[in-house]
Design a protein around this ligand. Structure first.
Ligand code: MRU
Length: 361
């Protein structure tokens, strides 16, 4: 299963809002359908959003009937503006838009059929790079789990959220293949249930022992020493390592520190926002109150209640033991390990184990 791809001249994606009950694929040549899918979380997860937006821009050039580059440029820039307003937090979206825009501008004198080809090649390359990063994240992350361990995760960071094997979930599936995963606790992840609907579905299909818990259960499990390691994904990592991820992640990080459980983030370097000095600069998406007051079409909160529905929170860097990337595991102080990525491509230490507390092997 590939969450989003280019197939026979159209964008094809799995509608994640229908899972786990129905596996429905959408095929479209309309970039607005891709944009709406991102907005409505039919396509979700930071890396998948980035690749989807890149393919969306390819559609603009492919579907357009204009005859001059000037006209195409107007349509193209207006589509960039449209995509940039779909979801504000996942930085992969903005990185992808910028990368495709650069390809467009660098070829401003090319013929339209050539431009179409160049843009498609760029988007496909981004998909391949993402898949490759997922594989490497899995390998580096699995190196942290050297004895059979119980792992807790939040939201969904699997193949659905990327165009490869996932981020935190790639670590889990790789460690499982090495015999080092006893069980996974998947937070249901209110309000949209990415954990119970998506993570549990993916892990079950991978043959991994998965237990769904309500978000509030993590504290009890840690108190009972049932969690050896927490690993989550990221939507945007600031230059100092502060990490925006699905709402509820910060609570987990605080609990993990309180109980001496290692807390890791796994993300490709495309999720690092070098321009955000710290987490305070990260824009946090607020969702429709309906996400909280309703489950599907069923109202569960009384009419008239107030709702606060941020989609993400920011975990300060001091709670994070390491950030697993495709170039290795970044260690604190993150200001230094992240800055090093810009200068020398980074050669962080990927082999230092987390030394899970669990001794039940
Ligand atoms: O609102 P979502 O479902 O797009 O939020 C997704 C997350 O928070 C993921 O943890 C993050 O994007 C990492 S996905 C590899």
């Amino acid at each position: 299963m590939v969450s989003v791809e280019w197939r026979n001249g159209v964008v094809r994606f799995i509608d994640q809002t229908k899972l786990p009950h129905e596996e429905v694929y959408v095929e479209t040549s309309d970039y607005r359908v891709v944009g709406e899918a991102i907005r409505k979380l039919q396509i979700r997860g930071a890396p998948a959003i980035g690749v989807a937006a890149a393919y969306g821009l390819v559609l603009v050039a492919h579907a357009s009937s204009v005859t001059t580059m000037q006209e195409l440029s107007e349509e193209f820039y207006s589509a960039i503006n449209y995509f940039s307003q779909t979801r504000p937090t996942a930085v992969n979206l903005f990185g992808a838009l910028e990368r495709v825009r650069r390809t467009f501008d660098l070829n401003a004198r090319a013929e339209i059929p050539d431009i179409r080809r160049y843009l498609l090649n760029e988007a496909k390359m981004m998909q391949e790079e993402d898949a490759d990063a997922c594989r490497k994240i899995g390998e580096f992350g699995a190196g942290l789990i050297q004895i059979p361990s119980s792992i807790l995760t939040h939201c969904n960071t699997g193949a659905l959220a990327t165009t490869g094997s996932g981020t935190a979930q790639s670590v889990i599936t790789t460690a499982a293949k090495q015999g080092n995963v006893l069980r996974v606790f998947a937070d249901e992840t209110r309000p949209l249930f990415q954990g119970s609907r998506l993570t549990a579905w993916e892990l079950l299909r991978a043959g991994i022992d998965v237990t769904v818990i309500t978000d509030g259960t993590a504290g009890l499990l840690m108190q009972n020493r049932e969690v050896d390691l927490v690993i989550v994904g990221a939507d945007r990592i600031a230059a100092n390592g502060d990490t925006a991820n699905k709402i509820g992640t910060y609570v987990l990080a605080v609990l993990a520190r309180q109980h001496g459980v290692p807390f890791y983030v796994a993300a490709p370097t495309t999720t690092i926002d070098f321009k955000s000095r710290n987490g305070r600069n990260i824009p946090i998406e607020e969702r429709d109150p309906r996400d909280v007051t309703h489950i599907g079409n069923l109202r569960i909160a009384a009419e008239g209640v107030g709702v606060f529905a941020p989609a993400f929170d920011v975990t300060p860097n001091e709670f994070i033991h390491g950030i697993v990337t495709e170039v290795g595991v970044l260690r604190p102080p993150f200001v230094k390990s992240i800055a090093a990525l810009r200068t020398d491509g980074g050669a962080p230490d990927g082999n230092q184990p987390a030394v899970p507390r669990g001794q039940r092997a």
